[in-house]
Design a protein around this ligand. Structure first.
Ligand code: NDP
Length: 302
């Protein structure tokens, strides 16, 4: 039976560790860590993600500086807000919740976030730091996957890893992190021929294709570790169930893998909670640096 890689449990453990870091150092810092989440428009899923992030901040003692704008806000006004948050000494992390409404180009907005306060680790400078192995905020989802692997003592060095997906948000930084942990990494994408042939070579398969249930038994080598990054809200009927509203599923047909994979992440409860955890790790580690505190989270920034 495949080991269930429990992201909720690890996220709870990390929350306690971060809460402890904050409570022992807030007096010395003179203030708690601060995170500003900027939300634009009324995308329902984004609303849930932002609310989860703010609740997670509150639980561990990070102060929220969240703002919510209507979808017709001009980009110039968003840039002005980001600049104001860049200059605010009580804010250690800034996150622009994606996706933005279709008429707003995220590129210039993401670039206007001070790289030193880039809570999502997506600024060009921070992606460059990841590439060069320099310290900096890390992309939250792949960093969360690394933490999940390490805490479950899944060996990475010397293993053959395949990452499906080459987005800047997940696939590319995931591949870099696995490579720097000494895996031999292949990236597959929508133009990869014979995907099954590629994925069956993986000791460690990370699926971030954004395609509900695309990976099943035929893609997985016996004994492989499978990380399902995908998250989809499907109507119950689409999953073959008669009634009900939405049900979450991933990119993997995990029910087919329980006797094939050696370990697998559930959806929900696998990678999702770890993404939020790493946002907190990025924020607290920036706070430690901004306030001249000792830097104790280096093991969580791959
Ligand atoms: P993108 O749509 O930006 O990227 C998807 C990638 O998968 C692309 O590189 C694409 O290839 C590749 N791809 C798509 N279809 C196939 C296919 N049939 N075969 C092989 N490769 C394919 O998605 P993201 O990277 O942003 O997100 C991926 C998934 O992860 C989504 O389901 C998203 O919701 C989820 N996600 C989950 C998070 C969490 O916290 N759990 C956080 C972030 C994302 P190409 O480049 O050729 O188009």
């Amino acid at each position: 039976m495949a080991l269930r890689l429990d992201g909720r449990k690890l996220a709870d453990e990390l929350a306690k560790r971060l809460q402890n870091e904050i409570s022992i150092s807030s007096a010395q810092a003179g203030r708690p860590p601060g995170l500003a989440v900027i939300r634009v428009g009324d995308d329902e899923a984004s609303g849930v993600y932002v609310s989860n992030k703010e609740k997670a901040c509150k639980r561990i003692g990070i102060k929220s500086f969240g703002v919510h704008y209507p979808e017709n806000i001009p980009s110039e006004e968003l840039i002005r807000k980001i600049q104001e948050l860049n200059a605010n000494e009580n804010v250690d992390g800034i996150l622009l919740q994606l996706p933005l409404p279709k008429d707003i180009d995220p590129g210039p907005l993401l670039m206007s976030i001070d790289p030193d306060k880039d809570a999502d680790g997506l600024h060009t400078l921070n992606l460059g730091r990841l590439l060069k192995g320099e310290r900096g905020p890390r992309s939250c989802t792949p960093a969360g996957v690394m933490a999940l692997l390490v805490s479950n003592q899944i060996p990475i060095a010397g293993k053959r890893a395949v990452v499906i997906g080459r987005s800047i948000l997940v696939g590319q930084p995931m591949a870099l992190m696995l490579q720097s942990a000494n895996a031999t990494v292949t990236i597959a994408h929508s133009r990869t021929p014979n995907l099954v042939e590629v994925t069956r070579q993986a000791d460690l398969l990370v699926v971030a294709a954004g395609q509900p249930k695309m990976i099943g038994a035929e893609h997985v080598k016996p004994g492989a570790v499978v990380i399902d990054v995908g998250i989809h809200r499907l109507l119950s009927q689409e999953l073959g169930r008669p009634v009900g509203k939405f049900k979450l599923c991933g990119d993997v047909r995990s029910e087919e893998l329980s006797n094939i994979a050696s370990a697998i992440t559930p959806v929900p409860g696998g990678v999702g909670p770890m993404t939020v955890s790493m946002l907190l790790v990025n924020t607290v580690s920036r706070w430690q640096e901004h306030c001249g505190l000792s830097f104790n989270l280096v093991d969580l920034l791959p």
